[in-house]
Design a protein. Structure first.
Length: 292
C-alpha cells in the first residue's frame, strides 16, 4: 500500500511539472499592410495549439504565418494545450496603414497587390469604394487572352447569367487619360465599350483588365507616338522594352494603377486553358480588398 501511494505521488509530481508553457515571437517589430506575419512558436510541453490572430481568423498550426490586409492593433492569443491543461500567451501586433492607395486582388493562383494612381482619382476612388462594398467577391476573370490581358469585374460572372462582359454597377466613369500612365505589363486599366456608342471613351463602372502583353520595340513606340500625338518618357520606354505590354491601347483606355507585387500571378492566369469567348474552362475567381 505504501508503494502504491508513493507511486501515485510521483505520478502527480510529474504531471504537475508537465504543464504547458505558451510563448511566441514574430519575425519583425513593425509592419505595414498588407503584411505576412510569421509566428515563431517557442512554447514548451504542449501537444497542440490554438491561435487567435485578432482579426476573426484562427489557426491550429504550430507556427503559422498570417496575412493581414488591414491596419490596426491586433491582440494575438496563443493557447498551448496538453491534455486538459491550457496556458495562454497574449501579444499585440501593430499593422500600420500604407502611404499609397493599395488594393489586393486574391485569386486561386495567388495574390496581386496594386498601387492605384492619384492621377486618376475617379477610377482610384471607384475601385476603392467597390472593394470596400465587397462588390468583387466571387466574380471571375471572364476573359483571358495569353500575351494580351486578363479581364474581370463583371457582376454577371457571379451567377454566370447574362452575356459575360456586359455587366456593371449601373454607371460609367469619365475617361482619365494621362501620358504618365501607360500599358506596361502589370498595368490595371478600365474596360469600356467601343465604337460610336461611346465617343467619350467612358470606362466601365466595374470591369477592368490587367496587362500581360508582349515584347515591345522602339519602332512600335515611335509609331504609337505619331498616331496618338504624345511622347513616352525615357523611363516608360525602358520599362516597355524590359517588361513588354500593349502600347497600342495607350491613350485609348484609362490606365489607373500598376501591380507592385505578384506579377507572376498574371502569367499564371493568362496561361489557363480557355474556350469560346476567351473564357477560362475552369473558373478563375477573384476577391478585391482595399488595403487601409
Amino acid at each position: 500500500m505504501k508503494q502504491f501511494t508513493l507511486g501515485m505521488f510521483l505520478l502527480l509530481l510529474v504531471a504537475s511539472c508537465s504543464k504547458p508553457i505558451a510563448q511566441f515571437s514574430t519575425n519583425a517589430t513593425k509592419y505595414t499592410a498588407p503584411a505576412d506575419v510569421q509566428f515563431a512558436n517557442n512554447s514548451q510541453k504542449a501537444d497542440r495549439y490554438l491561435w487567435d490572430f485578432g482579426d476573426g481568423q484562427t489557426s491550429t498550426e504550430e507556427a503559422p504565418t498570417h496575412h493581414y490586409t488591414k491596419s490596426g492593433n491586433y491582440n494575438v492569443v496563443l493557447k498551448a494545450i496538453k491534455g486538459g491543461k491550457t496556458k495562454t500567451k497574449k501579444q499585440k501586433v501593430v499593422i500600420d496603414a500604407p502611404r499609397d492607395c493599395l488594393v489586393e486582388i486574391q485569386t486561386p493562383f495567388g495574390n496581386m497587390v496594386l498601387k492605384l494612381a492619384d492621377e486618376t482619382p475617379l477610377h482610384r476612388d471607384n475601385l476603392s469604394k467597390l472593394a470596400e462594398e465587397n462588390f468583387y467577391d466571387s466574380l471571375l476573370f471572364h476573359r483571358v487572352i495569353r500575351g494580351f490581358m486578363i479581364q474581370g469585374g463583371d457582376p454577371n460572372s457571379k451567377t454566370m447569367k447574362g452575356a459575360m462582359g456586359t455587366g456593371g454597377p449601373g454607371y460609367t466613369i469619365p475617361a482619365e487619360f494621362t501620358p504618365k500612365l501607360v500599358h506596361i505589363k502589370g498595368a490595371i486599366a478600365a474596360a469600356r465599350t467601343g465604337g460610336p456608342s461611346n465617343p467619350e471613351k467612358r470606362s466601365s463602372g466595374s470591369q477592368f483588365y490587367i496587362v500581360q502583353g508582349k515584347k515591345v520595340t522602339n519602332n512600335m513606340l515611335d509609331r504609337i507616338e505619331q498616331m496618338r500625338d504624345f511622347t513616352y518618357s525615357p523611363s516608360q520606354r525602358k520599362e516597355y522594352l524590359e517588361k513588354g505590354g500593349t502600347p497600342q491601347l495607350d491613350m485609348e483606355y484609362t490606365v489607373f494603377g500598376y501591380v507592385i507585387k505578384g506579377m507572376d500571378v498574371i502569367d499564371k492566369i493568362a496561361a489557363v486553358k480557355t474556350k469560346k469567348g476567351d473564357r477560362p474552362v475552369e473558373p478563375v475567381w477573384m476577391k478585391v480588398i482595399l488595403i487601409n
